[in-house]
Design a protein around this ligand. Structure first.
Ligand code: GDP
Length: 196
C-alpha cells in the first residue's frame, strides 16, 4: 500500500530533545546542505507550494520540523547544514540538536539531498555516515538535475555514489524540484522502505 504524500499535516517544530516525537510512527529524516533545495524537494513531494519554508533564515536554522503523512509516517525536516552566515552559538545549537536526534534511535530512514551538479562536500559525507552509523537505510536525492547536461548525469551519479560510499541497498534518485523529475521515484523509494 503506497503512502499518499498529499495527505500531509504539519505537526510541530522541535528545538530540544524533549520536543522529539516518540509515538512509534516511522520517521523519514530529510537532511541537506543549506540552499541545496531541501525545502523545494519536500514541497514537490507533498505537492504544496510553500509547505516547507523555502530559503533559510538565520535563527531558524536549529529546528526540526515534523510533518505527518497519512497518519502513518513522519517526514522530518532536519535543519540544513553549512550555512555560512550562522554564528558559532547557532552552529553549536545545531550540533547538539542533531546529535541528540541521531542518538535517539527514532530515525527509520535517512533522505539526503545533495546537488546533482557537484561532488558531495565533506559535510555531506559526514551526514551520510551519521545515517549509516545510526543503522539507517539511506535514500539520496540528487537535486537540481535541470542544471545538468544529459551527458553529465551518469558520471555525476557515479561520483555521488562513490564519494558518499553508498551501499547496494541505498537508492540514488536524480531529481529536479523545479521540474518535477524523480518525484514518483522518490515516493516509490520511500514507500518501498516503509514496506520493508
Ligand atoms: P534549502 O535551503 O535546502 O531548503 O533550499 P531551498 O528549497 O530554499 O532552495 C534553494 C534555492 O535553490 C532556491 O532558490 C530554489 O528555487 C533553488 N532550487 C531548489 N530546487 C531546485 C531545482 O531542482 N532546480 C533549480 N534550478 N533550482 C532549485
Amino acid at each position: 500500500m503506497g503512502l499518499n504524500f498529499n495527505k500531509v499535516e504539519f505537526i510541530r517544530s522541535a528545538v530540544k530533545p524533549a520536543d522529539f516525537l516518540r509515538d512509534g510512527l516511522p520517521q523519514m529524516a530529510f537532511a541537506g546542505r543549506s540552499n541545496v533545495g531541501k525545502s523545494s524537494v519536500i514541497n514537490r513531494l507533498v505537492n504544496r507550494k510553500n509547505y516547507a519554508r523555502v530559503g533559510a533564515s538565520p535563527g531558524k536554522t536549529s529546528q526540526i520540523n515534523y510533518f505527518r503523512i497519512e497518519e502513518r509516517a513522519y517526514l522530518v525536516d532536519l535543519p540544513g547544514y553549512g550555512y555560512a552566515k550562522v554564528s558559532k552559538a547557532e552552529r553549536d545549537r545545531w550540533g547538539r540538536l542533531m546529535e541528540a536526534y541521531f542518538a535517539s534511535g527514532l530515525i527509520f530512514l535517512g533522505v539526503m539531498i545533495v546537488d546533482a551538479r557537484h561532488k558531495p562536500t565533506a559535510d555531506d559525507v559526514t551526514m551520510a555516515n551519521w545515517f549509516f552509523d545510526a543503522g539507517c537505510l539511506v535514500v539520496v536525492v540528487a537535486n537540481k538535475l535541470d542544471k545538468l547536461k544529459k551527458s553529465e548525469v551518469e558520471p555525476n551519479m557515479r561520483q555521488i555514489r562513490e564519494v558518499l560510499a553508498l551501499r547496494e541497498c541505498d537508492a540514488l534518485i536524480p531529481f529536479s524540484a523545479e521540474r518535477g523529475d524523480g518525484k514518483d521515484a522518490l515516493a516509490a523509494a520511500l514507500c518501498s522502505a516503509m514496506e520493508g
